[in-house]
Ligand binder design. Structure first.
Ligand SMILES: Cc1cc2nc3c(=O)[nH]c(=O)nc-3n(C[C@H](O)[C@H](O)[C@H](O)COP(=O)(O)O)c2cc1C
Length: 364
Protein backbone atom coordinates (compact mmCIF):
# COMPACT_ATOMS: atom_id res chain seq x y z
CA UNK A 1 0.00 0.00 0.00
CA UNK A 2 2.56 2.54 1.13
CA UNK A 3 4.81 1.44 -1.76
CA UNK A 4 2.11 2.15 -4.31
CA UNK A 5 1.20 5.44 -2.67
CA UNK A 6 4.83 6.43 -2.63
CA UNK A 7 5.43 5.56 -6.26
CA UNK A 8 2.51 7.79 -7.19
CA UNK A 9 3.56 10.58 -4.83
CA UNK A 10 7.30 10.69 -5.62
CA UNK A 11 7.12 12.60 -8.97
CA UNK A 12 4.86 15.13 -7.25
CA UNK A 13 7.21 15.46 -4.25
CA UNK A 14 10.20 15.90 -6.58
CA UNK A 15 8.43 18.78 -8.34
CA UNK A 16 8.36 20.66 -5.01
CA UNK A 17 11.16 22.53 -3.26
CA UNK A 18 13.04 19.80 -1.31
CA UNK A 19 12.18 21.30 2.07
CA UNK A 20 8.47 21.66 1.23
CA UNK A 21 8.46 18.05 0.00
CA UNK A 22 10.01 16.98 3.29
CA UNK A 23 7.47 18.89 5.43
CA UNK A 24 4.65 17.31 3.42
CA UNK A 25 6.15 13.83 3.87
CA UNK A 26 6.28 14.33 7.65
CA UNK A 27 2.64 15.49 7.65
CA UNK A 28 1.59 12.43 5.61
CA UNK A 29 3.47 10.07 7.91
CA UNK A 30 1.92 11.72 10.96
CA UNK A 31 -1.60 10.91 9.79
CA UNK A 32 -1.16 7.73 7.71
CA UNK A 33 -2.92 4.73 9.31
CA UNK A 34 0.07 2.40 9.10
CA UNK A 35 -0.20 -1.23 10.17
CA UNK A 36 2.44 -2.59 12.54
CA UNK A 37 5.53 -3.83 10.66
CA UNK A 38 5.81 -7.59 10.15
CA UNK A 39 8.33 -9.15 12.57
CA UNK A 40 11.90 -9.29 11.29
CA UNK A 41 13.81 -12.46 10.54
CA UNK A 42 15.77 -13.24 13.70
CA UNK A 43 19.05 -13.42 11.76
CA UNK A 44 18.78 -9.60 11.40
CA UNK A 45 18.65 -8.97 15.15
CA UNK A 46 21.53 -6.95 16.60
CA UNK A 47 22.50 -6.42 20.22
CA UNK A 48 24.50 -3.23 20.71
CA UNK A 49 24.93 -0.59 23.45
CA UNK A 50 22.88 -2.88 25.71
CA UNK A 51 19.85 -2.57 23.38
CA UNK A 52 18.12 -5.22 21.25
CA UNK A 53 17.57 -4.00 17.67
CA UNK A 54 15.11 -6.08 15.58
CA UNK A 55 17.09 -5.20 12.45
CA UNK A 56 20.18 -3.05 11.82
CA UNK A 57 18.61 -0.37 9.59
CA UNK A 58 18.02 3.01 11.24
CA UNK A 59 16.56 6.29 10.08
CA UNK A 60 19.43 8.79 10.32
CA UNK A 61 19.18 12.07 12.23
CA UNK A 62 17.75 15.04 10.35
CA UNK A 63 14.69 13.35 8.85
CA UNK A 64 12.54 13.58 11.99
CA UNK A 65 14.23 16.54 13.65
CA UNK A 66 11.35 17.22 16.02
CA UNK A 67 10.32 13.62 16.85
CA UNK A 68 6.98 13.97 15.09
CA UNK A 69 6.88 10.54 13.40
CA UNK A 70 9.23 8.02 15.09
CA UNK A 71 6.50 5.41 15.52
CA UNK A 72 5.38 5.71 11.89
CA UNK A 73 8.99 5.09 10.82
CA UNK A 74 9.24 2.02 13.07
CA UNK A 75 6.01 0.72 11.52
CA UNK A 76 7.54 1.16 8.08
CA UNK A 77 10.23 -1.36 9.01
CA UNK A 78 13.15 0.64 10.41
CA UNK A 79 14.92 -1.17 13.24
CA UNK A 80 15.46 2.14 15.04
CA UNK A 81 14.97 5.87 14.58
CA UNK A 82 17.28 8.72 15.53
CA UNK A 83 15.21 11.87 16.07
CA UNK A 84 16.85 15.33 16.14
CA UNK A 85 19.08 17.20 15.98
CA UNK A 86 17.31 19.05 18.77
CA UNK A 87 18.73 22.24 20.29
CA UNK A 88 17.86 23.54 23.80
CA UNK A 89 16.00 26.61 22.53
CA UNK A 90 13.94 26.76 19.34
CA UNK A 91 15.88 28.21 16.41
CA UNK A 92 15.06 28.80 12.75
CA UNK A 93 18.35 27.75 11.12
CA UNK A 94 19.76 29.36 7.97
CA UNK A 95 17.73 31.28 5.38
CA UNK A 96 16.00 29.27 2.63
CA UNK A 97 16.70 27.80 0.13
CA UNK A 98 19.00 25.54 2.14
CA UNK A 99 18.42 22.01 0.79
CA UNK A 100 19.40 21.05 -2.77
CA UNK A 101 18.89 17.78 -4.67
CA UNK A 102 21.75 16.72 -6.93
CA UNK A 103 19.55 14.42 -9.00
CA UNK A 104 22.16 13.20 -11.49
CA UNK A 105 24.47 12.27 -8.60
CA UNK A 106 21.77 10.94 -6.29
CA UNK A 107 23.12 13.33 -3.69
CA UNK A 108 21.81 16.09 -1.41
CA UNK A 109 23.47 19.27 -0.13
CA UNK A 110 21.97 20.87 2.99
CA UNK A 111 22.85 23.87 5.11
CA UNK A 112 19.80 23.80 7.36
CA UNK A 113 21.81 24.89 10.41
CA UNK A 114 19.94 23.02 13.18
CA UNK A 115 16.42 24.29 12.58
CA UNK A 116 14.72 22.93 15.67
CA UNK A 117 11.46 23.38 17.56
CA UNK A 118 13.61 23.20 20.69
CA UNK A 119 13.89 20.84 23.65
CA UNK A 120 10.47 21.49 25.23
CA UNK A 121 8.42 20.43 22.20
CA UNK A 122 10.61 17.42 21.37
CA UNK A 123 10.77 16.27 24.98
CA UNK A 124 6.98 16.36 25.25
CA UNK A 125 6.63 14.09 22.20
CA UNK A 126 9.28 11.61 23.30
CA UNK A 127 7.88 11.46 26.84
CA UNK A 128 4.40 10.74 25.42
CA UNK A 129 5.70 7.67 23.54
CA UNK A 130 8.35 6.56 26.04
CA UNK A 131 6.48 3.34 26.86
CA UNK A 132 5.50 2.55 23.27
CA UNK A 133 8.45 0.23 22.65
CA UNK A 134 10.85 0.38 19.72
CA UNK A 135 14.27 2.01 19.75
CA UNK A 136 14.13 5.80 19.39
CA UNK A 137 17.33 7.72 20.04
CA UNK A 138 17.75 11.49 20.13
CA UNK A 139 20.52 13.48 18.47
CA UNK A 140 21.43 16.64 20.39
CA UNK A 141 23.19 19.86 19.36
CA UNK A 142 24.06 23.29 20.72
CA UNK A 143 22.21 26.49 19.91
CA UNK A 144 24.06 28.67 17.41
CA UNK A 145 24.27 31.59 19.86
CA UNK A 146 24.97 29.57 23.01
CA UNK A 147 27.51 31.25 25.30
CA UNK A 148 28.69 27.83 26.54
CA UNK A 149 28.07 25.08 23.99
CA UNK A 150 29.22 22.29 26.30
CA UNK A 151 26.59 23.40 28.84
CA UNK A 152 23.94 22.98 26.11
CA UNK A 153 24.93 19.33 25.62
CA UNK A 154 24.98 18.69 29.36
CA UNK A 155 21.52 20.21 29.76
CA UNK A 156 20.12 18.15 26.89
CA UNK A 157 21.61 14.89 28.21
CA UNK A 158 20.00 15.51 31.58
CA UNK A 159 16.62 16.17 30.01
CA UNK A 160 16.55 13.52 27.29
CA UNK A 161 18.33 10.54 28.83
CA UNK A 162 15.19 9.45 30.74
CA UNK A 163 12.97 9.39 27.60
CA UNK A 164 15.34 8.29 24.79
CA UNK A 165 16.76 4.84 23.98
CA UNK A 166 20.14 6.49 23.40
CA UNK A 167 21.57 10.00 23.01
CA UNK A 168 23.89 11.07 20.19
CA UNK A 169 26.30 13.94 20.71
CA UNK A 170 26.39 15.72 17.36
CA UNK A 171 29.54 17.77 17.00
CA UNK A 172 29.86 17.15 13.29
CA UNK A 173 27.25 19.30 11.59
CA UNK A 174 29.09 21.57 9.14
CA UNK A 175 26.31 24.16 9.26
CA UNK A 176 26.76 25.67 12.73
CA UNK A 177 29.90 27.83 12.58
CA UNK A 178 32.66 26.48 14.85
CA UNK A 179 30.71 23.38 15.98
CA UNK A 180 33.18 20.95 14.42
CA UNK A 181 35.95 22.52 16.55
CA UNK A 182 34.51 20.47 19.42
CA UNK A 183 36.13 17.47 17.71
CA UNK A 184 39.59 18.86 18.56
CA UNK A 185 41.33 16.87 21.27
CA UNK A 186 41.22 19.21 24.26
CA UNK A 187 37.69 20.47 23.55
CA UNK A 188 36.41 16.94 22.94
CA UNK A 189 37.92 15.58 26.13
CA UNK A 190 36.28 18.35 28.16
CA UNK A 191 32.94 17.85 26.38
CA UNK A 192 32.88 14.09 26.85
CA UNK A 193 34.00 14.28 30.47
CA UNK A 194 31.09 16.60 31.28
CA UNK A 195 28.57 14.74 29.14
CA UNK A 196 29.41 11.31 30.59
CA UNK A 197 29.34 12.80 34.06
CA UNK A 198 25.84 14.16 33.37
CA UNK A 199 24.76 10.76 32.05
CA UNK A 200 26.02 9.08 35.24
CA UNK A 201 24.00 11.52 37.35
CA UNK A 202 20.83 10.76 35.38
CA UNK A 203 21.50 7.01 35.46
CA UNK A 204 21.04 6.97 39.22
CA UNK A 205 17.37 7.93 38.87
CA UNK A 206 16.45 6.90 35.31
CA UNK A 207 18.66 3.91 34.46
CA UNK A 208 21.50 3.77 31.96
CA UNK A 209 21.21 5.55 28.60
CA UNK A 210 23.92 4.87 25.99
CA UNK A 211 25.81 7.93 24.73
CA UNK A 212 27.07 7.90 21.14
CA UNK A 213 29.39 10.34 19.38
CA UNK A 214 28.69 11.34 15.75
CA UNK A 215 31.75 12.49 13.83
CA UNK A 216 32.46 14.17 10.51
CA UNK A 217 33.89 12.16 7.61
CA UNK A 218 36.25 15.09 6.99
CA UNK A 219 38.60 14.49 9.94
CA UNK A 220 42.24 13.81 9.09
CA UNK A 221 43.53 10.41 10.22
CA UNK A 222 45.63 12.13 12.90
CA UNK A 223 42.48 13.85 14.19
CA UNK A 224 40.65 10.51 14.07
CA UNK A 225 43.42 8.97 16.22
CA UNK A 226 42.72 11.62 18.87
CA UNK A 227 38.93 11.36 18.65
CA UNK A 228 38.89 7.57 18.99
CA UNK A 229 41.47 7.67 21.80
CA UNK A 230 39.38 10.16 23.77
CA UNK A 231 36.09 8.37 23.04
CA UNK A 232 37.62 5.16 24.38
CA UNK A 233 39.17 6.81 27.41
CA UNK A 234 35.90 8.56 28.28
CA UNK A 235 34.00 5.33 27.66
CA UNK A 236 31.35 6.45 25.20
CA UNK A 237 29.03 3.60 24.23
CA UNK A 238 29.52 3.90 20.47
CA UNK A 239 30.28 6.16 17.52
CA UNK A 240 28.37 7.13 14.40
CA UNK A 241 30.49 7.56 11.27
CA UNK A 242 29.45 9.94 10.00
CA UNK A 243 27.81 13.17 9.11
CA UNK A 244 27.71 15.00 5.76
CA UNK A 245 30.95 16.07 4.02
CA UNK A 246 32.19 19.52 3.09
CA UNK A 247 34.30 17.95 0.33
CA UNK A 248 33.05 17.70 -3.25
CA UNK A 249 34.19 14.57 -5.11
CA UNK A 250 35.74 15.42 -8.51
CA UNK A 251 33.26 13.26 -10.41
CA UNK A 252 30.06 15.11 -9.39
CA UNK A 253 27.88 15.73 -12.43
CA UNK A 254 25.71 18.50 -10.98
CA UNK A 255 28.59 20.98 -11.02
CA UNK A 256 26.34 24.03 -10.54
CA UNK A 257 24.55 22.75 -7.44
CA UNK A 258 27.79 21.26 -6.12
CA UNK A 259 28.94 24.86 -5.49
CA UNK A 260 26.17 25.41 -2.91
CA UNK A 261 27.57 25.74 0.60
CA UNK A 262 26.67 22.92 3.01
CA UNK A 263 27.12 19.24 3.73
CA UNK A 264 26.94 16.69 0.93
CA UNK A 265 25.19 13.35 1.52
CA UNK A 266 23.86 10.46 -0.54
CA UNK A 267 25.62 8.30 -3.09
CA UNK A 268 28.65 10.63 -3.64
CA UNK A 269 29.45 10.32 0.10
CA UNK A 270 29.58 6.51 0.14
CA UNK A 271 33.30 5.92 -0.59
CA UNK A 272 34.59 8.54 1.90
CA UNK A 273 32.13 7.61 4.66
CA UNK A 274 32.88 3.88 4.30
CA UNK A 275 36.63 4.54 4.36
CA UNK A 276 36.31 6.63 7.53
CA UNK A 277 34.16 3.91 9.07
CA UNK A 278 36.82 1.27 8.41
CA UNK A 279 39.54 3.62 9.71
CA UNK A 280 37.49 4.12 12.88
CA UNK A 281 36.82 0.38 13.26
CA UNK A 282 40.52 -0.56 13.21
CA UNK A 283 41.25 2.13 15.82
CA UNK A 284 38.36 1.19 18.14
CA UNK A 285 39.57 -2.44 18.39
CA UNK A 286 36.16 -3.70 19.50
CA UNK A 287 35.88 -1.31 22.47
CA UNK A 288 32.36 -0.31 21.33
CA UNK A 289 30.08 -0.82 18.30
CA UNK A 290 29.83 1.59 15.35
CA UNK A 291 26.90 2.85 13.31
CA UNK A 292 27.80 3.28 9.63
CA UNK A 293 26.02 6.03 7.73
CA UNK A 294 26.64 7.87 4.48
CA UNK A 295 25.52 7.01 0.96
CA UNK A 296 23.72 3.71 1.59
CA UNK A 297 21.32 3.26 -1.32
CA UNK A 298 21.26 -0.50 -1.90
CA UNK A 299 21.68 -3.88 -0.24
CA UNK A 300 25.23 -4.01 -1.59
CA UNK A 301 26.12 -0.65 -0.03
CA UNK A 302 24.56 -1.73 3.29
CA UNK A 303 26.53 -4.96 3.32
CA UNK A 304 29.68 -3.01 2.43
CA UNK A 305 29.17 -0.81 5.52
CA UNK A 306 28.74 -3.83 7.76
CA UNK A 307 31.83 -5.51 6.33
CA UNK A 308 33.74 -2.23 6.82
CA UNK A 309 32.89 -2.25 10.53
CA UNK A 310 29.29 -1.20 11.15
CA UNK A 311 27.19 -3.17 13.64
CA UNK A 312 24.23 -0.98 12.67
CA UNK A 313 23.56 1.31 9.71
CA UNK A 314 21.52 4.45 9.09
CA UNK A 315 20.34 6.19 5.95
CA UNK A 316 18.50 9.28 4.84
CA UNK A 317 19.30 10.74 1.40
CA UNK A 318 18.64 7.58 -0.61
CA UNK A 319 15.03 7.62 0.59
CA UNK A 320 14.57 10.80 -1.46
CA UNK A 321 15.51 8.95 -4.64
CA UNK A 322 14.57 5.34 -3.89
CA UNK A 323 11.64 5.65 -1.50
CA UNK A 324 10.84 3.61 1.58
CA UNK A 325 10.86 0.30 -0.33
CA UNK A 326 14.63 0.50 0.08
CA UNK A 327 14.36 -0.68 3.69
CA UNK A 328 12.76 -4.01 2.70
CA UNK A 329 15.20 -4.35 -0.20
CA UNK A 330 18.18 -4.01 2.16
CA UNK A 331 16.72 -6.54 4.60
CA UNK A 332 16.30 -9.11 1.80
CA UNK A 333 19.85 -8.51 0.59
CA UNK A 334 21.28 -8.97 4.10
CA UNK A 335 19.33 -12.20 4.63
CA UNK A 336 20.52 -13.49 1.23
CA UNK A 337 24.14 -12.65 2.10
CA UNK A 338 23.88 -14.58 5.38
CA UNK A 339 22.32 -17.57 3.65
CA UNK A 340 24.94 -17.69 0.93
CA UNK A 341 27.72 -17.74 3.56
CA UNK A 342 25.76 -20.14 5.84
CA UNK A 343 25.93 -17.64 8.70
CA UNK A 344 23.40 -17.23 11.53
CA UNK A 345 23.87 -13.58 12.33
CA UNK A 346 25.23 -10.34 10.90
CA UNK A 347 27.72 -9.97 13.75
CA UNK A 348 29.88 -12.52 11.96
CA UNK A 349 30.34 -10.10 9.05
CA UNK A 350 31.06 -6.91 11.03
CA UNK A 351 34.49 -5.57 10.11
CA UNK A 352 35.38 -8.52 7.86
CA UNK A 353 36.74 -6.12 5.21
CA UNK A 354 37.94 -3.28 7.46
CA UNK A 355 41.65 -3.94 7.01
CA UNK A 356 41.24 -4.35 3.24
CA UNK A 357 39.25 -1.09 2.95
CA UNK A 358 41.94 0.86 4.85
CA UNK A 359 44.56 -0.43 2.39
CA UNK A 360 42.77 0.98 -0.68
CA UNK A 361 43.72 4.28 -2.38
CA UNK A 362 42.11 7.27 -0.62
CA UNK A 363 38.69 7.97 -2.20
CA UNK A 364 38.78 11.12 -4.35
C1 LIG B 1 18.43 17.32 4.87
C2 LIG B 1 19.36 16.69 5.85
C3 LIG B 1 19.33 17.08 7.20
C4 LIG B 1 20.20 16.50 8.12
N1 LIG B 1 20.12 16.88 9.43
C5 LIG B 1 20.93 16.27 10.35
C6 LIG B 1 20.83 16.59 11.73
O1 LIG B 1 19.98 17.38 12.14
N2 LIG B 1 21.68 15.99 12.58
C7 LIG B 1 22.61 15.06 12.17
O2 LIG B 1 23.36 14.52 13.00
N3 LIG B 1 22.69 14.72 10.87
C8 LIG B 1 21.89 15.29 9.96
N4 LIG B 1 21.98 14.93 8.65
C9 LIG B 1 22.99 13.93 8.25
C10 LIG B 1 22.44 12.52 8.19
O3 LIG B 1 22.03 12.08 9.45
C11 LIG B 1 23.53 11.55 7.65
O4 LIG B 1 24.60 11.53 8.58
C12 LIG B 1 24.06 11.96 6.30
O5 LIG B 1 23.04 12.51 5.49
C13 LIG B 1 24.68 10.79 5.55
O6 LIG B 1 23.74 9.78 5.30
P1 LIG B 1 22.95 9.63 3.89
O7 LIG B 1 23.99 9.69 2.81
O8 LIG B 1 22.26 8.30 3.98
O9 LIG B 1 21.98 10.77 3.82
C14 LIG B 1 21.13 15.50 7.70
C15 LIG B 1 21.14 15.10 6.37
C16 LIG B 1 20.28 15.68 5.44
C17 LIG B 1 20.32 15.22 3.99
Amino acid sequence: MIGLFERLARPFLHALDPEDAHSLTIKMLACAPLPRAAGDDKCLAVRAFGLNFPNPIGMAAGFDKNAEVPDALLRLGFGFVEAGTVTPLPQRGNPRPRVFRLNADRGVINRLGFNSQGAEAVLRRLAARANAGGIVGINIGANKDAADRVADYVRLIERFAPVASYVTINISSPNTPGLRNLQQAEALDDLLARVIDARERVTRRAGPTPVLLKIAPDLSLAELDDVVGIARARRVDGMIVGNTTLTRPANLRETGKAKEAGGLSGRPLLPLATRMLAETYVRVEGAFPLIGVGGIDSGTAALGKIRAGASLIQLYSALVFRGLGLVAEIKSALIAALESDSLDNLSELVGADAAAVTAEAWPG
